[in-house]
Write a new protein. Structure first.
Length: 251
């Protein structure tokens, strides 16, 4: 498995930072909320479940290089929810050229087109999960024993995620102009509990969202993330956002 760090540097090393860039301010990791839902989310990529109308929306930021942030040409947003069985992520991306050349689960989709990624990490433990969804609705997932042990064996051979995506445009056609794509992901809490972790309002977790955006309308592959991190690296786990799991509302 090619590491994100090497691939990201290779991509950005070919790009010139857009005009209007500015130094990145070093800020503590933000806190993001996951809304509790009493109704299981229908994972179809449409983002029309009631919980998404009330869940806070968190924008993605362009990655940084040499202490400066590139200007983001095509934005993205993330929302989070959970219930007693799943953690959910909703991703919404502006995209004028939606690309997904992979067509099966388990491929290295970051080399094959647009990808949305969700990372979940328990505080106090070195391991974390990395989960990918493509505009075609394919997925790949990894369990990382630690940031220092990212190897091909980290890829999960049993795909227990549920993902779906919807494209507003035509997939893999650079001749027209698309409008974007959306995706949903349901992560079984049973996966997160396999290593002794608890998941609920009184637990401490971190979350990170990354995006690869390939487009005929861009000079180079555009990378963005939530939260903003200090380097071109999706594995800076200490900079991941703190995840606050909101409890069920009392009736």
């Amino acid at each position: 498995m090619t590491t994100h760090h090497g691939l990201l540097l290779a991509i950005l090393g070919l790009a010139t930072l857009a005009t209007g860039c500015h130094p990145m301010a070093k800020l503590p990791p933000p806190v993001v909320d996951a809304q509790y839902t009493t109704t299981p989310i229908v994972v179809d990529g449409r983002l029309d479940d009631p919980v998404w109308a009330n869940a806070p929306t968190y924008p993605l930021n362009a990655m940084v290089l040499d202490g400066k942030r590139a200007c983001l040409h095509e934005g993205g947003r993330a929302r989070f929810a959970w219930d007693d069985k799943f953690f959910y992520a909703a991703l919404q991306f502006e995209d004028s050229d939606v690309v997904a050349e992979g067509n099966t689960n388990g491929q290295e989709h970051i080399r094959l087109g647009d990808v949305g990624e969700v990372f979940l990490k328990p505080e106090g433990s070195p391991w974390y999960w990395e989960m990918h969804v493509t505009p075609r609705g394919n997925q790949t997932s990894y369990f990382m024993p630690s940031g220092g042990r990212r190897l091909p064996s980290c890829k999960q051979t049993v795909h227990r995620l549920t993902v779906a995506a919807q494209v507003n445009g035509t997939l893999n056609d650079p001749r027209d102009r698309d409008h974007g794509w959306t995706a949903e992901m349901a992560v079984p809490l049973a996966i997160l509990a396999e290593h002794g972790e608890q998941f609920g309002p009184d637990t401490r977790w971190r979350v990170f969202v990354g995006r690869y955006n390939f487009s005929v309308n861009l000079d180079s592959t555009e990378l963005s993330s939530m939260p903003e991190v200090s380097q071109v690296n999706f594995h800076l786990t200490k900079e991941y956002a703190k995840l606050r799991l909101l409890p069920a509302k009392a009736h």
